[in-house]
Design a binder for this molecule. Structure first.
Ligand SMILES: *[C@@H]1O[C@H](CO)[C@@H](O)[C@H](O)[C@H]1NC(C)=O
Ligand SMILES: *[C@@H]1O[C@H](CO)[C@@H](O)[C@H](O)[C@H]1NC(C)=O
Ligand SMILES: *[C@@H]1O[C@H](CO)[C@@H](O)[C@H](O)[C@H]1NC(C)=O
Ligand SMILES: *[C@@H]1O[C@H](CO)[C@@H](O)[C@H](O)[C@H]1NC(C)=O
Ligand SMILES: *[C@@H]1O[C@H](CO)[C@@H](O)[C@H](O)[C@H]1NC(C)=O
Length: 436
């Protein structure tokens, strides 16, 4: 053999090894994927759209940044020629971390097969979990160059869990499951990254209208031609050693993304908070997580009290008048003396100080104030989590909107853009016109 054929042989082997374990399709290999994320007005849930099955069926799924995996209702109208249950003790079961093995005592159909391993799909809105069959089927989404959607790509053996129809209770209407973007090996980011051999990164840009999520690395370009990832400030993602799921096995870590808030400031003045609550203890209690399934940020009671008192005081200093509360909020103001600025209502800035004094997540009026009763009243969009919540600070959807967040699983690092209005764009500005 001469050198050329040696090279070809090597190349072929390498190519085969590269593609075979990933179950990816065709020779076209995308650099990243893109999906729309819309906000459901009645539930305030963020809903994404992907295609699954053969022939493809468009699915609406509630987006759960810290969710463990994709789960869908298999009991109503699941028809697919490419559905495959995961057999007990198969590599799929071990990848999914499932050691269970079960039978189903009715006619075989998707979600009901003998000799299959199972998972525990979790409705993280209602905190309900149940058993479901682990399975594979085709999933198709649009690729992207970061500017527009490109051609559709398919992962033929995408792992997910079936769930019974009742698990959909509490989810937005028209939804058939939840899309988990958490830290597990079978959450959407890891499966897409291994199927297409791209970086184990994903980005989420929530919007009150039509936002966007990306799987893979940037560019993440928003109209008018702004590369939003250039704005990132980085902070470590922390692992909570104890699962925060509704049901779990002992020893399972949390699939959710935690960050290290060290202190909280209002208009640059430190708010007195119990430091113990800010860190995650050995029982997995405490700390700060990012959640797309909480519509508003939730604070442990003593933190809530300290933050709202400081906010009220700083608002009074700006002549902003407090008015009666409007549920679920406890602190509301007349909008009369509140100026509008590029960053939203001109109110005190809430600062989450991270690993050092220079790494600060700033929450401006657009993310802190919720307008109620014909814009006459502005409420501080924080909710009291009571005295002993599992997690002390849950940064919720309203506070995440129009901020681009990138989760880097390989380096365990979060990039956050801060409010995109500062650079005159929004999360609704991805150009969804396909160039395929
Ligand atoms: C599973 O096996 C049992 C016992 O052989 C059988 O009665 C049942 O119909 C099977 N169920 C499925 C879903 O194949
Ligand atoms: C590609 O996916 C998009 C979004 O799901 C869908 O609207 C479009 O019809 C698909 N295109 C093809 C050629 O399947
Ligand atoms: C701080 O919080 C911890 C954990 O809830 C609690 O045990 C401790 O008593 C609190 N300290 C103070 C001074 O309130
Ligand atoms: C607040 O109102 C008082 C009385 O009307 C006025 O003297 C003061 O300058 C105002 N302060 C600010 C910050 O607008
Ligand atoms: C969106 O992308 C399409 C396809 O590249 C392009 O023709 C169009 O001008 C873009 N829209 C805007 C507002 O730039």
């Amino acid at each position: 053999m001469d050198n050329t054929s040696n090279f070809l042989l090597l190349f072929t082997l390498f190519h085969f090894l590269f593609i075979a374990p990933s179950f990816a399709q065709q020779s076209f290999r995308p650099k990243a994927l893109v999906v729309p994320v819309t906000k459901d007005a009645s539930t305030l849930q963020y809903v994404t759209h992907i295609n699954q099955r053969t022939p493809l069926v468009p699915l609406n799924l509630v987006l759960d940044i810290g969710g463990q995996f994709l789960w869908v209702d298999c009991d109503s109208n699941y028809v697919s020629s490419t559905y495959r249950p995961a057999r007990c003790r198969s590599s799929q079961c071990s990848l999914a971390g499932s050691t269970s093995c079960g039978d189903c005592f009715s006619a075989p159909r998707p979600g009901c097969n003998n000799n299959t391993c199972g998972l525990t799909p979790d409705n993280t809105i209602t905190h309900t979990a149940t058993g479901g069959e682990l399975a594979q089927d085709a999933v198709s989404v649009q690729s992207t160059n970061g500017f527009n959607p490109g051609r559709n790509v398919t992962v033929y053996r995408f792992l997910f869990s079936c769930a019974p129809t009742f698990l959909l209770q509490g989810l937005a209407s028209g939804v058939s499951g939840m899309a988990g973007l958490g830290r597990t090996k079978i959450a959407l980011p890891s499966q897409f990254a291994s199927a297409f051999s791209f970086h184990r990164k994903f980005a989420v840009c929530l919007s009150s209208s039509k936002g966007v999520a990306f799987f893979g690395d940037g560019p993440y370009v928003l109209l008018p031609n702004i590369e939003a990832s250039q704005l990132f400030t980085f902070t470590p993602l922390l692992l909570n050693p104890v699962s925060t799921a509704s049901a779990f096995s002992q020893g399972d870590p949390s699939a959710e993304y935690f960050i290290g808030v060290k202190s909280i400031r209002i208009d640059e003045n430190a708010v007195p908070v119990n430091m113990t609550l800010l860190s995650i203890n050995s029982d997995g209690v405490g700390g700060t997580k990012i959640s797309s399934v909480n519509p508003y940020t939730v604070l442990e009671a003593s933190i809530f009290k300290a933050v709202t008192e400081a906010f009220v005081k700083a608002s009074a200093a700006r002549n902003i008048t407090r008015v009666a509360a409007v549920a679920p909020f406890e602190v509301c103001f007349s909008s009369k003396n509140v100026l509008s600025t590029r960053l939203g209502a001109s109110v005190p800035t809430i600062e989450l100080v991270l690993q050092n004094q220079n790494t600060i997540w700033r929450i401006f009026g657009a993310n802190s104030m919720v307008s109620v009763s014909d814009d006459k009243v502005l409420c501080l969009g924080l909710v009291n989590g009571g005295p002993k919540p599992r997690t002390s600070i849950v940064i919720g959807g309203y506070q995440l909107e129009d901020n681009l967040l990138q989760f880097d699983l390989a380096t365990s690092r979060l990039g956050f853009s801060s409010l995109l209005y500062g650079i005159r764009t929004t999360c609704a500005n991805f150009n969804f016109t396909s160039t395929a």
